[in-house]
Design a protein around this ligand. Structure first.
Ligand SMILES: Nc1nc2c(c(=O)[nH]1)N[C@H]1C(S)=C(S)[C@@H](COP(=O)(O)OP(=O)(O)OC[C@H]3O[C@@H](n4cnc5c(=O)[nH]c(N)nc54)[C@H](O)[C@@H]3O)O[C@H]1N2
Ligand SMILES: Nc1nc2c(c(=O)[nH]1)N[C@H]1C(S)=C(S)[C@@H](COP(=O)(O)OP(=O)(O)OC[C@H]3O[C@@H](n4cnc5c(=O)[nH]c(N)nc54)[C@H](O)[C@@H]3O)O[C@H]1N2
Ligand code: SF4
Ligand SMILES: [Mo]
Length: 745
């Protein structure tokens, strides 16, 4: 007898509903949940293998402790004892800054991680906080922070209602969207075109998304800011700047922006971008004249030298063409959970010790983690806790970082696998799989193209001998605060919940404002952990019942009764209420970003780049570094190839299928060449997340899967200086046939 269970897919930002067929505790089939109010049955190849991922025999079920060099299985008690002894010693000898934390991407895909990581960061009391954001979307947080006063107020393309969508540096037909939650984006993009709308893709590669677009502009990598600046000058020159009525009086700095960008004319930027001036002008005119239009930039614009400035310009263009905060434009979602009003945003409240890079949203750039570990002195990082991250593969200068991790005095990894990263840990704490935990998304709902809420109960009970991930994180928090195990997890959990309840009753913008903290806490009954926190946030949120004040409002009972989710309607205009700047207006000309314009101007006169520039790509069947252990995903042709344009391949004497050496300032890899005119001349493309065949890695399938770690080529010092985000796209490389380099030696 099988049974079915409904659960939100935890693998990417699309948050599709899955219908799982279970035989006992094994998932035997996965289908898209056709009744899901948002994803309506969509399923991608990764989601389809959710069952295999859950049943992966390489997944750890018990902790590991390093003993005489080897990672041996240990009890939870012994693992926490070991951590407490060594962490307390490290803190006592070298202080709080000596212990760093790195939070990886899957943290934001679980309720445990979404709510469990904060207390740990606070408890560690270190400024050495690193996350995958600084190899990803941090520039967007910073640009929205300065524009709107809130780094989480990120407008998303209202794809279902737009008539023109201009995508820069994203490949949603493969990635399924990022900072843009819209399950089944491929269908939504097709529908946009079917109803007569246009899709323009600006990307150095003819990606799957570009291939299906109405127009593909093969821009030179790293030059999007110039192109967008020239769109702004065209709008100004041709008197095309228009604001929607409701924005009038809520936007400052229009004239300043126009003046600051005046010399970035289409003619001036065209040779640098390698895009015709006429194409840029037409783009500006089309954006201004199309009733409902939107510009969207993503990873290929954020992880570049001008990440923040480009992200800012995306929204500047949306504002000036009258497309911010209007249906069919770029809109701010209204998620169901309460979001506290934040203080006006600023970066650089502190800087990193070695490179002096600025803090942003409470973290430091991971590109500088290696420098913090290897550079002696006061505040040197000697201990590291990684949670759901694989920095040894996913972050810059991997060879050096890998070596540095080996030399740490203490390393703890909360991870279900022995990976390139966790193989260096002294203790590995494996969390249970997604089947064992409830889910309610508190991140991507704030980036979704419809307002939706969806609670997934745990599919399977957790075996008694295993802690939940939030219990692991709370135990680590208590230890970091000085507690000796066994830790009173329930006490710590109640403390966290009480703090939240007190904040919610003191917050006049919450539906719980003015209520009594003890009563709202009591109303959550027997719920514990992040589920209890989530209930507080939902009932305090904009659709919440305010704990009985609004009988039609959301309660957890209502969510439990709606396994396919609840649709809360299309996005609605939110300006001015969403703004959190000191002036309460959109600050279109923030000084932090304008200060970067001289550097951008320097690009206009810089010598054209010589040689090859490396960029990245994603595959439909891989997920960053961690889905590579599924045989079914690795089937078929080689995925980790260096794509080269035929002209570039010919000049270098390499042919399709040859092995080539690729060299950058950081390192060197040997990889198979794929000759294709899908990449523009002067550009090479290599996917990230590969290269698992390292000593000690216990990923039996991924080890054999081949491929190289592209971040061995990423220099650690190269960042977007405004946000500190690593330059992953736009790395200078040399490519030569393997035989030729051998001869040179
Ligand atoms: N060159 C290059 N580098 C890149 C990118 C690129 O495009 N090019 N992309 C960047 C981007 S966008 C990102 S987001 C980062 C990702 O970088 P990371 O977040 O550091 O790495 P992941 O590959 O996502 O590894 C996630 C780890 O979490 C573990 N894990 C999975 N589920 C759970 C769970 O439920 N709990 C816990 N505790 N652990 C879990 C996995 O076993 C794996 O070890 O990589 C970045 N690196
Ligand atoms: N299948 C799959 N889906 C995923 C992931 C995965 O690993 N696999 N990872 C998830 C994660 S963590 C994230 S953050 C998202 C990312 O999702 P997307 O933002 O869609 O990122 P990519 O698919 O890497 O596409 C980036 C594009 O930028 C282009 N590009 C590179 N440099 C430049 C440039 O200078 N200018 C312009 N205009 N374009 C440039 C590249 O050619 C590439 O097509 O995907 C998520 N979804
Ligand atoms: S698109 Fe993302 S959320 Fe949807 S099934 Fe695939 S991996 Fe899961
Ligand atoms: Mo990401």
């Amino acid at each position: 007898m099988t049974r079915t269970a409904i659960r939100t897919c935890p693998l990417c930002e699309a948050t599709c509903g899955l219908e799982l067929e279970l035989d006992g505790d094994r998932v035997v089939a996965v289908r898209g949940d056709r009744d899901d109010v948002f994803s309506r049955g969509y399923l991608c190849p990764k989601g389809a293998l959710f069952g295999e991922l859950e049943a992966d025999p390489d997944r750890l079920t018990a902790p590991r402790i390093r003993r005489e060099g080897a990672l041996v299985t240990a009890s939870w008690e012994a693992a926490f004892e070991e951590i407490a002894t060594r962490l307390h010693r490290l803190h006592a000898t070298h202080g709080r800054e000596a212990v760093a934390i790195y939070l990886g991407n899957p943290n934001v895909h679980s309720l445990d991680g979404q709510l469990g990581a904060r207390p740990l960061i606070k408890a560690l009391g270190t400024r050495n906080v690193f996350t995958a954001s600084s190899v990803d979307q941090l520039p967007k947080h910073v640009s929205c922070g300065v524009l709107f006063g809130d780094p989480l107020a990120i407008p998303v393309p209202d794809v279902d209602r737009t008539d023109l969508l201009v995508i820069l540096g994203a490949n949603p037909r493969v990635s399924n969207g990022s900072l843009w939650t819209a399950p089944d984006l491929p269908r939504r993009l097709t529908e946009l075109q079917r109803r007569g709308g246009r899709l323009v893709v600006i990307d150095p590669c003819r990606t799957r998304t570009a291939d299906r677009a109405d127009q593909h502009v093969a821009i030179r990598p790293g030059t999007d800011a110039l192109l967008l600046a020239a769109v702004v000058t065209t709008l100004a020159e041709e008197d095309l700047v228009r604001l929607p009525d409701h924005l009038a009086g809520h936007v400052s700095g229009i004239d300043e922006v126009v003046a600051a960008l005046a010399d970035f004319t289409p003619q001036a930027v065209a040779p640098v971008c390698d895009v015709a001036a006429g194409t840029i002008r037409d783009l500006a005119r089309e954006l201004a004249r199309t009733e409902r239009a939107c510009v969207y930039g993503r990873l290929g614009t954020t992880t570049t030298r001008f990440g923040t400035t480009t992200s800012w310009l995306v929204d500047v263009v949306n504002v000036l063409t009258g497309n911010l905060d209007v249906p069919g434009g770029a809109m701010f979602p209204t998620p169901a959970h309460h979001r506290p009003v934040r203080r006006p945003f600023r970066t650089g409240r502190w800087t990193s010790r070695v490179a002096g890079l600025p803090e942003a949203i409470g973290e430091l750039p991971v590109a500088t983690l290696v420098a913090e570990i290897v550079t002696p002195g006061d505040g040197q990082v000697r201990g590291l806790i990684t949670v759901a991250g694989n920095p040894a593969i996913s972050t810059p200068d991997s060879d050096r970082l890998d070596a540095a991790l080996r030399d740490l005095e203490l390393m703890v990894s909360v991870d279900p696998y022995v990976t390139a990263t966790s193989r260096h840990a002294d203790v590995i704490l494996p969390p249970p799989s997604a089947l064992h935990r409830p889910h309610l998304d508190l991140v991507f709902a704030g980036l979704a193209v419809r307002n939706v809420v969806n609670l997934s109960p745990a599919v399977l009970p957790l075996p008694d001998d295993r802690p939940h991930e939030w219990e692991i994180l709370l135990t680590l928090s208590a230890i970091a605060l000085g507690a000796a195990p066994p830790v009173d997890v329930d006490g710590a959990d109640t403390f966290v919940a009480t703090q939240l309840a007190e904040q919610l009753v003191a917050d006049p913008t919450a539906r719980t404002g003015g209520l009594d903290a003890t009563s709202i806490l009591a109303a959550t009954g027997t719920r514990r952990g992040p589920e209890r926190l989530a209930e507080l946030l939902i009932r305090a949120g904009p659709y919440g019942d305010g704990f009985g004040q609004d009988l039609d409002g959301l309660t957890f009972e209502r969510l439990e009764a709606a396994p396919h989710g609840i649709d809360l309607g299309p996005l609605t205009p939110r300006i001015p209420e969403v703004l959190r700047t000191a002036t309460g207006r959109v600050e279109l000309a923030p000084p932090e970003v304008l200060a970067d314009l001289p550097r951008l101007r320097g690009e206009l006169t810089a010598a054209p780049p010589e040689g090859l520039v490396l960029i990245g790509r994603r595959h439909l069947r891989t997920n960053n570094s961690w889905s590579h252990n599924l045989a079914a995903l690795r089937r078929g042709r080689e995925l980790c190839t260096l794509q080269l344009h035929p002209d570039d391949a010919a000049v270098r004497g390499v042919a399709d299928g040859d092995l080539a050496r690729v060299r950058s300032a950081a390192g060197e890899v040997t990889v198979t060449v794929e000759v294709t005119d899908a990449v523009r001349p002067g550009v090479a493309s290599l996917p990230h997340g590969f290269g698992h065949d390292l000593d000690g890695v216990e990923l039996s399938v991924a080890r054999e899967g081949g491929g190289v770690n592209s971040n061995r080529l990423t220099p650690h010092g190269e960042v977007d200086p405004v946000s500190g985000t690593a330059v992953l796209n736009g790395i200078h490389i040399e490519v030569a046939p393997v035989s030729e380099i051998a001869q040179m030696r």
